[in-house]
Write a protein that binds this ligand. Sequence first.
Ligand code: DAH
Length: 340
Amino acid sequence: MIIEQIKTHLKDVNDFQSTESQEIQNFRQNYLGKKGILNSLFASFRDIPNEEKKEVGKWINDLKVAVNEKVDSLQNSVAPKTSNTKNDEDLSKTPFPFPVGARHPINIVIDKINTIFSRIGYSVVEGPEIEDDWHNFTALNFTENHPARDMQDTFFVEKDMNSLLRTHTSSVQIRHMKDNQPPMRILSPGRVFRNEAISARSHCIFHQIEGLYIDKNVSFADLKNTLQYFTKALFGKSKIRLRPSYFPFTEPSAEVDVYWGLETETDYKITKGTGWLEIIGCGMVDPNVLENCNIDPDKYSGFAFGMGIERIAMLLYQIPDIRMFYENDIRFLKQFSTEV
Ligand code: DAH
């Protein structure tokens, strides 16, 4: 009976032992070679009655599996191959792909905003991070005892409290107006510093972007249109509202809310159920500020606006914690590698 034959072969296979490479090869050849046992078993398979084919087929297959397993396990225990794998490496291969860095989300957002405003004639002007009291406060119409000058908010560099880390990018307006005459349209992105407790929502170092437009006959309507153009271009949302507010350097001043919508659960969360998000501070430049910079307020008027970059990046990319921007965790950063 063929099954009896196969059982004997199986026993032989299981009993076979060797550590000699050549012997193992011969064993393999004996079973799996062209004229080997398995092929002759397959050949006689044709003559097996149909009703037995299934069972016999299974035994033949078991034998084949057993031979392969035996060969594999014996070859593994034979001394390792002597070939030098180093010589197998292709030295002409290029090193690609190598890891490429990603742009930081803060820079991505700054560039997006710069591009949007450059289309309507704004150019980028930067200023120093270490400022003096005059550019950061006095010229911007902060009265002497204004709470923002308080030690709570400002990091001072010198004991005399004249040299400080700028608390906002509005200081760049002053520098530009001092050195230039209208018309002017500038955008000033940069890092700012405030002595604030670090949490998921605020940090002592963050970024702002400042806008300034001074010319003859600039009106509040121009300000509103400009901001509407901007929110549409950046977020795809043009429904905004301006709420009266106060800044020492603008009069009147306003806070700008964008209608974000209430379509998703996240929308509810980030807008506290109102649908509205506050993103910009703005106003008409106070005549005192123009005068401080030797610009004639009877001839010229203008508007200014400022916003926090981190907040915008958090909205655009659904980043839940401001501290993620500064941790340099590669898993966070590489998610922006496809952004341009
Ligand atoms: N400097 C303000 C801040 O840090 C933001 C701001 C508000 C800037 C109104 C402006 C403005 O230019 O007009 O909170």
